[in-house]
Design a protein. Structure first.
Length: 282
């Protein structure tokens, strides 16, 4: 049975981009007689606002979506810590105290998410206190060998986690115990997700997630990376830029089910466009 999920973080209200992503995941599951899950990704430290989770549920109901809710990320901190500890024991993680400014200054390559970490702390004694822990991608690939993964829209892909470099799996901030890469990989396995649906901006991250699945002996789902909704400047909608929220539309009396149908049909509100396809991602 197909199982999809929508996994928002309660650090800001949902906007049209979230609505589109949730509808894609919901409709793919329902069209194939499957299950659509809601998971709240609430381990973003002080930025997480518990009250927003209830607003998310109201937004999804307003759009006419039906879902099953699974445990939030905050219930799985122990699982993240256990996975990280196993990777440490296997010699696959190393501590790093480099700042973003230091990485930007030292990097010689650019990746999908910006400057690629140049491995400054790999093999170097580093005080573990307040350090982040990075995945030694070269060593990990040496152990797993070549890997592939399947995107429903782009076809079979050779896993290339080196594109993102030695990513952080355990953040230095104690209140944020795991990075997106580690947490989402464990979550999707625990929830039985068989088709990971998300925006095309996360396509490169899947190379890393496939590697983690191989290292941690987790099931391998398929993926479906959909285009993003863009604003008038051609920039993806984002909470941090104050993109109009669903809750404001809902409170203004807009018909959520009608809005969902318009998004399905590609009839977007004024100033909103659908972004590029898969031809521009690594």
């Amino acid at each position: 049975m197909i199982v999809t999920r929508f996994a928002p973080s309660p650090n800001g209200p949902l906007h049209l981009g979230h609505a589109y992503s949730a509808i894609v995941a919901h409709d793919l599951a329902k069209a194939r007689g499957g299950r659509f899950l809601l998971r709240i990704e609430d381990i973003d430290g002080a930025r997480s606002r518990p009250e927003l989770a209830e607003a998310f549920r109201a937004d999804l109901a307003w759009l006419g979506l039906e879902w099953e809710e699974v445990p939030a990320q905050s219930t799985r901190v122990t699982a993240y810590a256990q996975a990280a500890e196993w990777l440490r024991r296997e010699g696959l993680l190393y501590p790093c105290r480099c700042t973003r400014a230091e990485i930007a200054a030292a990097a010689t390559e650019g990746g999908p998410d910006g400057p690629v970490y140049p491995g400054t702390c790999r093999g170097t004694p580093v005080d573990h206190a307040a350090a982040a822990w990075r995945l030694d991608v070269a060593e990990a690939l040496r152990r797993t060998g070549p890997l592939t993964w399947l995107d429903e829209r782009a076809g079979e892909q050779a896993a290339r986690p080196e594109l993102l470099g030695d990513v952080v799996l355990v953040r230095r901030e104690a209140e944020t115990p795991a990075s997106y890469h580690l947490a989402v990989t464990i979550d999707d396995s625990a929830d039985g997700v068989t088709l990971v649906t998300r925006g095309i901006d996360l396509f490169p991250a899947t190379h890393v997630h496939r590697l983690l699945q191989a290292l941690l002996d987790l099931p391998v789902p398929a993926w479906h990376h959909h285009p993003l909704l863009l604003d008038e400047t051609g920039t993806k909608l984002a909470k941090r830029r104050g993109s109009p929220s669903l809750v404001d539309r809902r409170r203004a009396g807009e018909d959520g089910r009608a809005l969902a149908d318009l998004l399905r049909a590609g009839r977007l509100p004024a100033g909103i466009t659908l972004g590029e396809g898969l031809d521009r991602v690594p």
